[in-house]
Design a protein around this ligand. Sequence first.
Ligand code: GLY
Length: 396
Amino acid sequence: MDLRSHGGDGDGTVYDAAVVGGGLIGLVTAWRAAGRGLRTALVDPRPGGGAARVAAGMLAAVTELHHGEEALLDLNLASAGRYPEFAAELAEATGTDIAYRACGTLQVALDADDRAQLRELHALQRRCGLDTQWLTGRECRRLEPMLAPGVRGGLRVDGDHQTDPRLLVAALLTACERAGVSFVNATATGLVVRGDRAAGVRLDGGTVLAADRTVLAGGSRSAGLDGIPPSVAVPVRPVKGQILRLRMPSGGGAPFLSRTVRAVVRGEQVYLVPRASGELVVGATVEEQGWDTSVTAGGVYQLLRDARELLPGLTELPLAETCAGLRPTSPDNAPLLGPTALPGLFLATGHHRNGVLLAPITGEAMAVALTTGELPDYARPFSAQRFSHDHREVPA
Ligand code: GLY
């Protein structure tokens, strides 16, 4: 792809918006900002990388519900509801099908402890007004015949679907290019502050990219720029996830797996996401290992051991790929969106386990924030300022 490069402020350009970070969240923010008429630059030495290259692409608003995260549930559901239109819009703009599949999810339990935990989740889902259905082990196996005979029961969640994050990122690269986003293939090293405002970023090599609004959207590395003032908190840390990609048998006959299947095995989450392309994604570890992105024997072993308990036939499948990525995680596992305490500086990061799910609504909310200075109502609980010491809304 011919991505236009821009070398900094040599030509005196002042962008309306500079988005720092060309992963999924940076791309969707830049695309939506350009769509609102903002002259937008995307700063990344290699746009299209980041956690989404590793992610399985589950849109798991309901199955990943946790106690205390009811506000996040509303945002997750709202974003999940936008996916069909988002996928259609991207297909129209780019010709790329992001493999959005309304396949649903089955969350199963393997033993009495798992079943008790799943009953708890079911009760929480019902209290939140979610429509999920309890199935016996036999009913689970009727839906997915490859499941282990030991499955004791499960929850049928017909609204949790999937997309292919690699196709999504490819589509957004094209969409940005077609919307006129300038790709600045450089590393941003520092935030430029003039007076009491953010005024752009310094690039490696020393040039300055000038912008009225700067968005930190670099995933777990969003806090890495020099010069971010202490009044602006960017509390993101990396949480490692290792993932496997297997190939399912092709040809006629019943599908190996027709929907996403997941479980908690020995206290660890495991999920299997079958794509129409024949890929079966198995994920994911959750590890606090700093910036380490190595694939380890222990990580692969854990995933295969747990996945095999759900689906014994899986050990026959070719193992096509192993990889690891870093979830950008905030103290409350929810995203950090919109204006910060420094006028002109915005955040779009901290999406933790929900980056792919939240892409549509993040792009939309950030475009509103960049053009009006304020987050839309639905995104206000996720204000970028909620962890600042001096927490008060300031004009952007
Ligand atoms: N949402 C899946 C994961 O973060 O592993």
